[in-house]
Write a protein that binds this ligand. Structure first.
Ligand code: ZN
Length: 242
């Protein structure tokens, strides 16, 4: 592998040549390839992660284009996972990108993530997030929760049995009443925070807790939440979604 393309990145003292070599051997599975997942996959491809799977069964729609930097009008009507594989592989031919055209379910999530070093949340619903949370805790695979709503992005890196899990901070699935509002540039900013947490966790650093960024008010909050000692998932190991 030629590291020259990463020269400027390796100058970052927190990251360095060691960090580059470590991430070049890491395998990331991104579940969901809308605004968050597509932007995250683009960022991780350029950073130089060794292997990236992008998992989604949706088609690119015109209404996706305001919040992603990688799809264009010609991609409308085609599968997101396939378009991403083609485009990302052209951005970085030294890594392995696989587009996986499937909807994540409790039946297929185990085989989809079993060898992953980390799972990234690119989904748009809490049910799939709780499913990822269950499989993460059960198999000891770290994951990064991320979500966007209107002008607010949230990110939390989860290291099984060391940091709070999603169930520690959210017990139930809120009822979805209508289409989620999203300012177009919010997913890219949130994906960027999500990818920083990914790099840090894979370099053995502690995740930064629950990060909440309001892109309209330009307010950034970092909340240190403790594990819930009665959490049904990471304490009692009751995996109700799988
Ligand atoms: Zn928990």
């Amino acid at each position: 592998m030629d590291l020259e393309r990463y020269r400027r990145q390796m100058l970052v003292k927190e990251f360095g040549k060691d960090g580059q070599e470590i991430i070049s051997k890491k395998y990331v599975v991104i579940i969901g390839c809308g605004g968050l997942g597509s932007n995250s996959s683009d960022i991780l491809t350029r950073l130089g992660f060794g292997r990236i799977d992008v998992v989604d069964d949706d088609l690119v729609e015109l209404t996706n284009l305001h919040r992603t930097s990688i799809f264009n009008e010609e991609d409308v009507g085609q599968y997101k996972s396939q378009i991403l594989e083609e485009k990302l592989q052209k951005i970085n031919s030294e890594i392995k990108v696989s587009g996986i055209n499937k909807k994540i379910t409790k039946e297929n999530i185990q085989t989809t993530v079993k060898n992953a070093d980390i799972i990234l949340d690119g989904t748009d619903n809490m049910h799939t997030r709780f499913l990822i949370n269950d499989i993460s805790i059960q198999n000891g695979i770290p994951w990064i929760y991320a979500g966007v709503y209107s002008t607010v992005g949230m990110v939390m890196g989860i290291r099984p049995k060391q940091t709070p899990c999603l169930k520690c901070i959210s017990q139930s699935i809120p009822k979805k009443t209508s289409e989620t509002p999203v300012l177009g540039n919010l997913p890219l900013t949130t994906a960027s925070i999500e990818c920083t947490e990914t790099v840090k966790m894979l370099l053995g650093k502690q995740p930064s807790g629950l990060i909440i960024y309001d892109i309209w008010k330009q307010q950034f909050e970092q909340i240190n939440i403790k594990r819930n000692p009665t959490c049904g998932c990471c304490e009692k190991e009751i995996f109700e979604f799988i």
